[in-house]
Design a protein. Structure first.
Length: 262
């Protein structure tokens, strides 16, 4: 399901407008209190400092969560490339016909995995996932048939390698589904809104603090955008590239066995 945080630029715009309005709300409350002759709370600065500290900790914690998920996606891309490359070599242990077919399917499978990392539209992605599933079934069928016909340590090794290929794809998909929980987003947004109300209330009427009504919403919005950008696998600027898979594709092309001369 599409999430608002899948569009980092939308997060920037919406959060900037919302936090600025919260700051203006706080300023309006301060002016209303002043018009009625009410004085600001004496411990307001202490409360504001504590609130901003809490907001900073939560933003830092959420940013750390997004970084860990990015690193996880990157790690599984490396493991998937290693699994496919290893199985491409082990396929040579199968009978000649099975080896040729397995390597051909692995080449097509590798191409689908590369497209998985760079495709952002949902419709093409669904087709890629369907094709990936078909190739997995075909590759496993070849290895399974060879193991049944000629059970040996070599065919068992090839079957184990194919199992690693299939598992690595599942781990990669799980890593791409692993996102920052919505509850964490809601808590961070709520505290950010309340902090901006306090900033507006504390800064209103003081020229030295008026810049806070603009600076703080901008800073918080940029932080939100950066977190959303890193957390979203298919949107924004920062994303995991299939460098290892692309490198493997080049190696497999250069080392592919020549077709036999008849």
């Amino acid at each position: 399901m599409q999430r608002v945080t899948d569009s980092p630029w939308l997060v920037l715009v919406v959060s900037l407008i919302a936090t600025w309005l919260c700051a203006q709300l706080g300023a309006a409350l301060r002016r209303a209190h002043a018009a009625r002759g009410l004085r600001a709370y004496e411990d307001l600065d202490t409360v504001l400092a504590a609130s901003l500290t809490l907001l900073g900790l939560i933003i830092g914690f959420t940013f750390s969560m997004s970084i860990s998920r990015y690193d996880e996606r990157k790690k599984y891309e490396e493991e998937e490339a290693n699994a496919i490359g290893t199985e491409y070599l082990r396929a040579g242990l199968l009978p000649a016909d099975d080896a040729a077919m397995a390597r051909q399917l692995l080449g097509g499978y590798l191409n689908q995995r590369i497209q998985f990392f760079y495709t952002r539209d949902r419709a093409p992605l669904q087709k890629i996932n369907e094709r990936t599933t078909q190739l997995q079934q075909q590759m496993w069928s070849i290895v399974q048939s060879a193991a049944v016909r000629q059970p040996s340590a070599l065919t068992a090794l090839t079957a184990s390698g194919m199992n690693d290929v299939l598992n690595s794809q599942g781990y990669t998909q799980a890593a791409w589904w692993n996102r920052i929980p919505r509850a964490a987003w809601l808590m961070m947004i709520l505290i950010a809104f309340l902090c901006n109300v306090l900033i507006g209330y504390a800064a209103s009427g003081e020229k030295k603090r008026d810049m806070l009504l603009i600076v703080m919403p901008v800073m918080i919005s940029i932080a939100f955008m950066l977190i959303a950008d890193i957390d979203s696998p298919r949107s924004g600027i920062i994303s995991v590239s299939a460098e290892n898979l692309l490198s493997l594709a080049g190696q497999m092309t250069s080392t592919a066995p020549a077709a036999p001369v008849r």
